[in-house]
Design a protein around this ligand. Structure first.
Ligand SMILES: [Zn+2]
Ligand SMILES: [Zn+2]
Length: 341
């Protein structure tokens, strides 16, 4: 089968083509696993974190954790899907199923959490295998390409919105306005019709896009928002926006950081942390780790009900490096997907 594989970690500043084309054997589905013929795989910022070693994968690896395809074969002991069923796979590839986190529906925190396309081969290939417990039916409202970005950006965005504890009528801020944040804005407007949304983004293009999608205000991350915010979700890879967000929170407000890793570049900014300005008055900081199955399932259902459809830009599998380079270069409007089958 055709696949794009990562063989070594390195900065994309030096190598513009971190992935190599390879011809791999089609995987055999093991016990309770499905073999999926991949139709589309989304391209995610987390892939850059893997390539550059901030969340190192096992090597070599097939990246990709926003996978939509059809069940090609089912391994022994499977019961939930049939050949031909359309399924999706997200960031969570497997978890132990027995620890206290798994038993409590927080398998995203499981010590044996394995990520698709990092700890197991993912969807930058014609086929992949996955435990059937971590495959999801895709609502018919979505095409394959529309569904793929929802599986990561959407599901994690949904989890971060849950973790804000926002109530209708409270102000929500979004720092950074990439694939996840634009889905969160659509979702939040639906769930919290009386709330107002404030978007902080560096590029004029992103700010315009945010206002088109219904933000009450859009400004630069260094700006003071015109009103204090109950909660802010940060989806940037940098540190300075953390401080900039904290100063805009109201007393008791919460900053939710939705980033698997922060880049090291501007960590010095944290030395400007000013306790009275940034943290005093019971402000909180919380990170979002991975996704639980519940997040994927609930989000996909909601997205279908309120017809959240991401804007997608398609690339052939062989142009995965190009898609990643554009993502790295922040030429983002909507989500990028690889069209494979
Ligand atoms: Zn992702
Ligand atoms: Zn567990």
């Amino acid at each position: 089968m055709k696949a794009m594989i990562l063989e070594e970690i390195g900065s994309m500043e030096y190598s513009k083509t971190p992935l190599k084309f390879a011809d791999l054997p089609i995987p055999e589905p093991g016990r309770k696993e499905l073999l999926i013929r991949v139709s589309v795989c989304g391209v995610c910022h987390t892939e850059l974190d893997e390539i550059e070693g901030r969340t190192p994968p096992r090597l070599p690896v097939v990246l990709g954790h926003q996978v939509v395809g059809r069940v090609e074969a089912a391994g022994p002991g499977t019961s939930s899907f049939q050949t031909g069923d359309r399924v999706g796979v997200g960031w969570i590839y497997s978890a132990c199923g027995t620890c206290k986190f798994c038993r409590g529906g927080e398998e995203n925190l499981c010590p044996d959490f394995r990520a698709t396309g990092r700890d197991a081969n993912g969807g930058y290939a014609q086929y992949m295998s996955v435990p059937e417990d971590f495959a999801y039916r895709i609502p018919p409202a979505f095409s394959d390409a529309e569904a793929a970005p929802l599986l990561c950006a959407g599901a994690i965005g949904y989890r971060s919105l849950r973790l804000t504890g926002l109530k209708d009528g409270q102000n929500l801020g979004l720092t950074g306005f990439g694939a996840s944040a634009h889905l969160v804005l659509k979702l939040a407007r639906h769930r919290f019709p009386n709330s107002r949304f404030f978007v902080f983004a560096r590029s004029e293009k992103e700010r315009t896009f945010a206002q088109e999608l219904g933000a009450a205000w859009a400004g630069d991350p260094s700006d003071n928002s015109p009103e204090k915010l109950h909660c802010i979700i940060d989806t940037t890879p940098a540190w300075k926006p953390i401080l900039e967000a904290l100063k805009n929170l109201e007393p008791g407000g919460r900053l939710v950081i939705n980033a698997i890793r922060k880049e090291e570049g501007d960590k010095e900014a944290l030395r400007q942390l000013d306790y009275p300005l940034h943290l005093w008055m019971e402000k909180e900081i919380k990170s979002v780790a991975n996704v639980a199955r519940r997040d994927v399932l609930e989000f996909m259902d909601l997205a279908a009900q309120i017809s959240i459809k991401p804007e997608v830009q398609e690339f052939p599998l062989e142009e995965a490096n190009q898609a990643l380079a554009e993502l790295k270069g922040k030429k983002v409007r909507g989500a990028k997907v690889l069209k494979i089958g």
